[in-house]
Design a protein around this ligand. Structure first.
Ligand SMILES: Cc1cc2nc3c(=O)[nH]c(=O)nc-3n(C[C@H](O)[C@H](O)[C@H](O)COP(=O)(O)O)c2cc1C
Length: 454
């Protein structure tokens, strides 16, 4: 079966999305709108909703861009685990995945927030581990610049290991809560983690019992070589990126191919490439939506935004001339995966500046599936059968109409083909994704032996 995540970003996935007549009127800090989106996703039997996040206000140095906003800017945004805990109370089945960075957070705090969310949602929580794409976030955490990639990933690995160990602090049966005997907990069924490494010293145990999923699900999204390696080693799911089907097929084979060296079977990691879906009742309706949204982006904004994505000032260049590819070849700190995809695409397809932003902005660098519900379903099925992904992360250009159209028009077509669930068959995100039980160090130690050893 195909797996589906969606991004319930209220401003939509297109730069002009929030200005569309069908978009939410007041997307800023709108809890009710997030609830509506999550309930639409649940009606569509999505595996999960997925919230991207950062820890800084971006673009203040570029007033035109700052004023116009773009989907990944998030100048005013709920702390994601807080928001999704509220969403958990008004949904029953859909998974809830929030982003938290290993670069500017503490493993103890992340372990605790996500364990709480897993208990609150009764087993639907996921953590998207990122090393942070916005270099400016560093300035809010006592640093003058973003941590280099190698350091970020070394820290991320240890961070993950500490979080996982904290989630395993308690055995499943550690809290008998037996009123009659007076035994609230079993002291032989908990251990500190006593972690001491280059980045963290954490004694543990976590002050939260083992969670319904054993461990919350871990998503990742980094597409650089160290990002893929970390995902191959530890991730349960990956929010993939690629501009073409072939990119996604290559990345899928690459990441799954790396898993054997960590003793993991390839189907224990679900790869869900991000795709922007423009659909309507007919292909013509989808095309009209696409063109209408393109008209909501001015060339000035297009160039501003592409400059930001490429971390390079393109503003004084002719719109119909080439990109300065030689200057762009240099690596930069932060956001580098997407940047590389755009540069490769411009080089490969010999695009002008205008063509590059026109091609990039509808999907913010990712693939676009555009057309009637049948055409979109055809493309999804083809990519899925070609092993470009185990499913998709759906980004709709306008919200809530885009997600609603997807659920009402495309999902039934996928269900009719027998490649997507008609009903939830499990209650946890782990179950929806078809992932094995989380290993716990307590599973290896039978209770009696533990007792004896204590
Ligand atoms: C599809 C996708 C989604 C991402 N979402 C986020 C996010 O929400 N927050 C964030 O800080 N970084 C996000 N990132 C960035 C990466 O996870 C990664 O931390 C960053 O690109 C730097 O790592 P790299 O050097 O491996 O590219 C995302 C990346 C991709 C490809």
């Amino acid at each position: 079966m195909m797996h589906l995540a969606c991004i319930p970003n209220l401003v939509g996935g297109h730069l002009g999305g929030w200005r569309h007549k069908d978009a939410f009127d007041r997307p800023v800090m709108n809890l009710e709108a997030f609830i509506e989106m999550s309930q639409i996703a649940e009606r569509g039997k999505f595996d999960c909703v997925f919230l991207a996040d950062g820890n800084g206000v971006r673009d203040m140095d570029r007033p035109a861009l700052f004023a116009a906003n773009h989907p990944s800017a998030r100048p005013s945004f709920f702390e994601p685990t807080t928001l999704l805990s509220a969403v958990a109370m008004v949904t029953k089945r859909v998974g809830i995945v929030a982003t938290a960075t290993s670069t500017y957070d503490e493993p103890w705090m992340v372990a605790r927030r996500f364990a709480s969310m897993d208990h609150i949602s009764k087993g639907r929580a996921g953590w998207n581990l990122v090393t942070a794409s916005n270099a400016g976030d560093a300035l809010n955490f006592g640093r003058s610049e973003h941590m280099g990639r190698e350091d970020r990933y070394a820290r991320a690995q240890e961070f993950y290991e500490v979080v996982a160990a904290l989630w395993d602090s308690w055995a499943d049966d550690a809290f008998p809560q037996d009123k009659a005997s007076g035994q609230y907990l079993d002291p032989t069924r908990v251990r500190p983690i006593d972690h001491s490494g280059p980045h963290f010293t954490v004694k543990g145990p976590l002050n939260i019992s083992r969670t319904p999923q054993g461990r919350p699900i871990v998503f990742m999204a980094g597409q650089s070589a160290p990002g893929m390696e970390l995902a191959a080693r530890y991730a349960d799911a990956l929010f993939g990126a690629g501009t073409t089907k072939q990119d996604c097929i290559d990345a899928y084979a690459d990441i799954k191919g790396r898993m054997a060296r960590y003793g993991r079977s390839p189907d224990t990691l679900k790869i869900l490439p991000g795709v922007s879906v423009f659909t309507g009742r007919t292909a013509a309706e989808a095309e009209d939506l696409y063109l209408e949204l393109q008209s909501l982006i001015s060339p000035a904004l297009g160039v501003h935004y592409l400059s930001k994505m490429l971390v390079h000032d393109l503003e004084n260049l002719p719109l119909d001339g080439p990109l300065p590819l030689d200057d762009l070849a240099e690596e930069t700190l932060g956001g580098s995966s997407l940047r590389r995809y755009i540069i490769d695409m411009a080089r490969r397809d010999k695009l002008t500046l205008r063509e590059t932003y026109q091609r990039t902005l509808p999907a913010l660098g990712g693939p676009v599936f555009k057309g009637s519900p049948t055409q979109v379903a055809d493309e999804m099925e083809d990519w899925w059968r070609s092993k470009a992904g185990d499913g998709f992360t759906i980004m709709a250009p306008v919200q809530p109409s885009g997600l609603r159209d997807f659920v009402d028009l495309v999902v039934p077509e996928l269900q009719r083909r027998g490649i997507f669930r008609k009903e939830y068959e499990t209650t946890t995100l782990r179950g929806h994704l078809g992932l094995p039980d989380a290993p716990s160090r307590w599973h290896a130690a039978p209770k009696k032996a533990e007792r004896g050893a204590a």
